[in-house]
Design a protein around this ligand. Sequence first.
Ligand SMILES: [Zn+2]
Length: 277
Amino acid sequence: MLLSMDKIIQPAMNDQYGVPAPNIYNMETVAAVFEAAGELRSPLIIAVLERYDLEMLADIAKIYSGRFPQIPAALHLDHGNKYESIVRAIRTGFTSVMIDRSQCPFDENVRETKEIVKMAHAVGVSVEAELGHVGMGVSYQNDPSAAFTQTEDAVRFVQETGVDCLAIAIGTAHGRYAGTPQLDFPRLKEIRSRVSVPLVLHGGSSTGDDNLVKAIKLGITKLNVGTDLFTAGINAIKQYFEQEEFPVGSIAAQKNQLGYKQATMHYMTLLGSHDKF
Ligand SMILES: [Zn+2]
């Protein structure tokens, strides 16, 4: 069943476990994450970037959520940038949207997030926003701490916008890292103690299992993960092509799906979202 994301992350925050939000981009990856969630009995947050065909992926997600009616799942627009994409996502059945104005000045971020919250909440769709800025792993060595989330700002931001959850910058980055990720755990702890809504960590891939377990323990509820899953899927295809004398496309697609599914299951187990229904 597709639910608004707050129905998934509020119980997770209360019971102190994390829920992964795998980035999906086609039918195989949607199938992979539903199968993973079904086997582990984990809630599911399906994250879709706005560059993809939102209408088609929403249709696919609805088909799979019909096949797995027992799974509490949210269909979430990841890093919504254009106002038009956010409206389109809501219209086509997304149950949650992210508005990312993390590179804008604070007041502009508040103003634009508030506008999206008003519209989305009117139709029961939850909203994520980002404060501080999570950059790219390739530029990680250029001091990521410059854009870390400030606690006082986070408190004000949540109060003024009414967002359902907040993505914070504490040292993770998107994609692969150049350098070793260093997370600012004291900052996380402080933000958690002052902010009422669930907290989101972007850039989960390659952050390291120990770091992630600690982040969940200290108050992260939703973890975005993409690169590690794409890599697992691609490696599974590569292995298949290397081993087979007469490779078959449909089997390669199945291998991709399986690699993706196993990596998703790893994160569900690591974050403790299994055995929840
Ligand atoms: Zn992200």
